[in-house]
Design a protein around this ligand. Structure first.
Ligand code: KG4
Ligand code: ZN
Length: 336
């Protein structure tokens, strides 16, 4: 059997990443140039700054990914790239680079959706995994429960009506005075707190609902802080962080398990930046295990934005012959 080498490119937000994946399932190299230190001084991602950084780093990360893999450009079989959703200026850099490589090397250009890339990170981490499966994709831009019926065949079972879970983590982290990115910093602070100290509301949205909502929780935390925050009383902040985190995670885990039961699918996965959260991973493991479900999540490095997951999803598009013409555009609001 000939080996298939796919180069993945990811520039949808604030990580410039390139990766080589062999036969869709083996990460041979994965280079991530993070812009965290740059955006931290502004308290969040500045889209224009992100685009410029991608432009500076893109050729470097691609060449390093090939070097790390011990390959040359001519060894590649296809170029997979995130075409959306994401920050338009940021996406454009990756898409333009991928088009140039595809044209120069005369190999297929493979468009990948950012959510499917996150979901496919599970296939890199677990070689035995196969559809059908349920995946909760939970990131800074999305909170979606997806049924993967067959490779590349998706059904959205539920999504957020307002904020994404990662967005809620980032906003609450900011009001707690934590640095960007908020999720990991809030998780760190929550380690010192009691998750039962404050009972924040859980938005179940009806008994059988697979939709999410985090705006009410966000407001409840802001009100709690306003009413209880006094100079010198900062010691209660770890309790607020832990209680907020518990409220988000409980809903995420319960609804994921409900989706698996409703669909009769025994394999459940997590994906996306928030899936790097250890408390979420632990509760998911515990609850899914109790329900007799098989549970999966990628290594933390494959949860946050990276190009290996793009190359993995790209491989399945490659097998299906889903190639894009050189007129392919970046799309900020790309439907799955
Ligand atoms: O998937 P990702 O890297 O980018 C998007 O597609 O949005 O996810 C980034 C999001 C941010 O909101 C970040 O705060 C959150 O994932 N995140 C976390 C953790 N690590 C990253 N949230 C909670 N706990 C974490 N450990
Ligand atoms: Zn992402």
């Amino acid at each position: 059997m000939p080996v298939t080498w796919i180069l993945g490119i990811e520039t949808s937000c604030d990580e410039t990443s390139a990766s080589v994946v062999r036969d869709g399932r083996f990460v041979v190299s994965n280079v991530v140039a993070s812009q965290i230190a740059i955006h931290r001084q502004y308290g969040g991602v500045v889209p224009e700054v992100a685009s410029r950084q991608h432009l500076e780093k893109i050729t470097y990360v691609v060449e390093k990914a090939l070097n790390d893999a011990g390959l040359g450009f001519n060894d590649l079989d296809g170029i997979a790239v995130t075409v959306g959703p994401g920050l338009i200026g940021a996406l454009l850099v990756g898409v333009a680079a991928a088009k140039a490589y595809s044209y120069a090397l005369r190999i297929p250009l493979i468009p990948v959706h950012h959510l499917e890339a996150h979901l496919y990170a599970n296939f890199l981490a677990h070689k035995e995994l196969a559809p059908p499966l349920i995946c909760l994709v939970v990131s800074g831009g999305h909170t979606s429960l997806i049924l993967l019926k067959n490779h590349l065949e998706y059904e959205i079972l539920g999504a957020t009506r307002d904020d994404a879970a990662g967005e809620a983590f980032d906003k609450i982290a900011r009001v707690l005075g934590l640095p960007y990115p908020g999720g990991p910093a809030l998780e760190e602070l929550a380690r010192e707190g009691d998750p039962q100290a404050v009972h924040f509301p859980r938005a179940w949205l009806g008994k059988d609902s697979l939709e999410f909502s985090f705006s009410g929780l966000k407001t409840a935390v802001l009100n709690y802080l306003k009413n209880n925050c006094e100079e010198g009383k900062e010691s209660f902040l770890p309790d607020v962080a832990a209680s907020f985190q518990a409220a988000v995670i409980e809903v995420l885990v319960e609804k994921t398990i409900m989706a698996a039961k409703k669909s009769g699918v025994p394999d459940v996965c997590l994906a996306g930046g928030v899936a790097a959260n250890s408390t979420l991973r632990e509760l998911f493991k515990q609850k899914a295990g109790q329900e007799g479900l098989r549970f999966y999540f990628p290594d933390k490095i494959l949860c946050t934005d990276n190009a290996a997951m793009v190359a993995c999803a790209g491989y399945y598009h490659y097998l299906a012959g889903d190639f894009a013409p050189l007129t392919q555009e970046a799309c900020a609001n790309h439907p799955l």
